[in-house]
Every structure is written in C-alpha cells, then in structure tokens.
Design a protein around this ligand. Sequence first.
Ligand SMILES: [Fe+2]
Ligand SMILES: [Fe+2]
Length: 560
Amino acid sequence: MNILGLNYYFHDCSACLVADGKVAVAIEEERLSRQKHTPEFPERAIARCLAVAGLKPGDIDAVAVSIQPTKNWPVKVLYALAHAPNARPFVAHELIVGRNRQHVFWNWYRDTWPQGGPRVHFVPHHVAHAAGTFLVSPYEEAAIISLDASGEWSSSFIGRGAGTRVVPFSESFFPNSLGHFYESATEFCGFRPNYDEGKTMGLAPFGDPEVFGKVVDRMITVDAGGAIKVDLSWFRFQYYERRRFSTKFIEAFGPPRTGGELGDNHKNVAAAFQKALEDRALELCALVRGKTRSRHLVIAGGVALNSVMNGRILREAGFDDIYVMPAAGDNGTAIGAAFHVYHTVLGHPRVFVHDDPYLGTSYSDDHIAKVLSDCKLQAARQDDMAATAARLLSDGQILGWFQGRMEIGPRALGNRSILANPALPHMKDKINAEVKHREAFRPFAPSVPVEDKDRYFDISGESPFMLKVCPVRPQMRSQLPAITHVDGSARLHTVTREVNPRFYELLQKFGGLTGTPVLLNTSFNIQGEPIVESPEEAIRCFFSTGMDSLALGNFLVTKG
Ligand SMILES: [Fe+2]
Ligand SMILES: [Fe+2]
C-alpha cells in the first residue's frame, strides 16, 4: 500500500511516500527548486520521491493532501462581511489563490494518470499537523497541540490521540492566532515575517521581557475552552495589510526597525512576545493535560519550531516527555495527511515511529567521484572519514559535512551540516561572518551523543531533531562558548548510534581527541538559501564561503 502525501497548498511545499505504514521518502520542494519556503506545487519533490523509492505513478494507491479546500469557507465569507470593506480584498485573494492551487493540482493529477488515478483524500490542515506528530510518535496515547499562523483559517488545534485516532477538543480561527501574533514582532524587529521567526526567538534573550510585558501579555489570551483570543486593536494582520501592527503598537513600543541597528525597544518587544507565546502555550498545555490526563504531549504546526517554547513546555508543563516531529511546519503536513489516511481513514494499525529524519536523497561515492572529476577538483578518498574529520575539527577547521540521506525538516542533523569545534571562543563570530553571512547575535546549536548529554546539558529525554532548547550546565558554559547563547541555553541535538552511525562516530572520535564530544552543528547553506541537496550545491557553497574543508561522502576536498 503506497500513499503519496502532499503539501501543495501552503508554504514549505513537500512530498512523501508512505509504504505499508512507514515513511520511505520525504523531500521538501525548496531543496530542489532552491526557493526557500516555496509555495510552489512540489512537482520536483514528487518525482524524486518516486525515483528514490523506485516506484511509478501506477504504483500509488492513494494520494493524501493537507488541505480540505472547502473547509471553513462559511467562516471566511462571514468574516469578509463582518469586516467590510477592509477584509474583502484579502478574502477574495484567498479565494483566487486557493482556486489556482487546486487547478495546478488537478492538472498535475490528470497529466500523471491520464486514464484515471488513485483516490485523492483531502485532509484538513490541522488534522494533518496533529496526525503528522501523533501517529508517528512513540506514544499509544497522548495530548496534542498544533499551533500555526493559520491554515484553512484554523490557527490552533488541541486534542487527544489514542491508537489510530485523533480527537479534537477545540480549534481557534484566524485572526485569533499565536502565529500571526508572533509574526508581528518579527516584522517590528525588521526581520521577514512568516519566515524569520527563528531570529526573533534568538533575539529575545537580549531584551527584558518585563519592559513591555504587561501590555503584551494582555494582547493575547486563552479561554477556558482553549480558544485563543487576540486584542486586534494592536494589529493589522487581520486585514492582510502590508504592516502587521497598528499605529497604537508603534505609539507603545517606539519605531519599528527598518534596517540598521537593533534598538533596545526591538529587543524588548522580541522578549515580551516570546514570553507571551510561551505562557499561552503553557496554558494550553495545562488545559489539554487536565482534559486528557496524558503523560505525554505531541506538538506540531509552524509555532512548534519555536524550540525555546518547546523547552519550557518540557520543563514546566508536567508531561513525562514530549514529541515534536522533525518537520513540524507545513512541510510535515504531507506526512501527516498520508498517515491520517493510512490509519484513521483506512484503518491500518500503527507500525512506525518517526525517529529517523534522514528520509531524503543520497549520493553514492561513485556519483560524488564523477562530480568531483567534472569540476576538475582534486579530492583524497579517506579510509576513515570520521577520524579525518575529527582531526580537522580539533585543529580548529570549519568543515562542510555532506553524508548519506538528506534530512526532512528545517534543521541539519548531521548529514547536510557545517561543523566546528564549539570550545573555540571566536568560532561563533567566525562562522556568522565568514560562512553563514548572518546576524552576529544568532546562536549555533550543539550535537552530542545521547549518552554524553547529561554531562553538558540539563534536559530530560532526547532531542533528536534539534527542536528543544535547554540550559547548558553552568560549569560547562565557558567550555562551550560557541554554542552557549547569551542566556546560557542551547538548542540541543542528541545523536544515537542507531539512527546516524557515521555522525555518532565522528562525535565520539572528536571527543577522543579533545575530551569533549560536542560539535557545533549548523545547516549547510548560507543565509537565505535552502540547505544544500546535491554534491554540486555543497561544492558551490564550500567555495563561496570561508569553510576550510569539505567531507563529501568519503572524499575530502580542501582549499589552497
Ligand atoms: Fe500550518
Ligand atoms: Fe503555514
């Protein structure tokens, strides 16, 4: 039974193949189109998923998509009427864009299966988010929270998962949205909203959450039933205006940043919005925990990429453990839609836990050798790449690390990564300036073998997808300056031998040389570009940045 899962309606378009209840391949369109967060139909991703799995369109038994195009239309029309005339243009826009996307999908469908194709299942967006994290989690039963800006007008979903079913308790609707609320702060800080929320999160610890705390806290509330409510007098996003916040917002918090230096007011806004987001999420957790009495929580939706929020939920919400699927944003709804169809619609039992994020394309050493020779590059084949890489890293090199199958989701988890020694104090500034070309305040994340995590980090359980932030142990902070953020935290990645043997071995060997099996791990790309997918892209990125060496499979490329 092969199900093709698709997210083609929202941003971060993606495709996956679920074969007999297990993810065989999952690829984001941005990696192939080279347009970050692309909303384009994932035609390339579909073709590559089929190629990697060795399947033809005729082998597909069902198509699952993460949109139910007709859902919430009455709510949208009522909204347009109630907020006339301001809301009309954008509701009309939604209609037109939605119609166009459906049109593209059906054209593709007819081209692919001219004689008639498999059944198409339209799965509501937040059901796809919720299913995409619960049905692939290690839990038989769990509380569920899904939070995003909005998908089909819904902005939140809380409920309970048991067996192969997801039961909703409550939903919130646009414009009452934690995602849109937070995007406004992103825009106010001069970053790109619905894109750069990670920057806002990274900036927050530089501000004082108390300065604007009282005002911001009252802007957004959660009622006893779990419905999110936003005081819209502070915002304009409800009309899809170009500026998401109102004049009242500027009067209270000062001028928004338009390029130039970040002011104290921007840092304080980031801090207050981050705190309000976490506090509201904790309220939702308390509610859903009370209703389900579950010991476990699963989280999804674009807001679930806020790893600082996830870290606080893990520490404070009272669950034994939490699971966040690796592609918690809209990219993961392709997987969620497919699993919803396989289990909930078709009734198959669960046989899969999504603990392996390496579900994309890979390139053999033969292929890499051919690319290197086409580029007229000299590269030495290594007998023990982990040992070679560990030595270079302990010498202070910045290393491109391209191995095995590409990750699904926004984080590089040791297969498309740039690595360095986090003990070197200048390393963070060096990589920000010479390799990633990004803001100096942004932190880098550490990878550590799971057995060694407790020595350096204060976290319960694992963090296999780098989606949980935790404190670095105080005595270790000065030893790991390049991955310790200004507030003493780190966005941790724990590595197991079972899931990524080669990266695990590298960490072990690096630890053998330096005494500390922790590596700085950042995604293999430069600011604004998607993570590299192919050896050619890795080579291009390597030579256009200040990386010192590049490990391409078993080949080592050097400079100079
Ligand atoms: Fe979403
Ligand atoms: Fe979204």
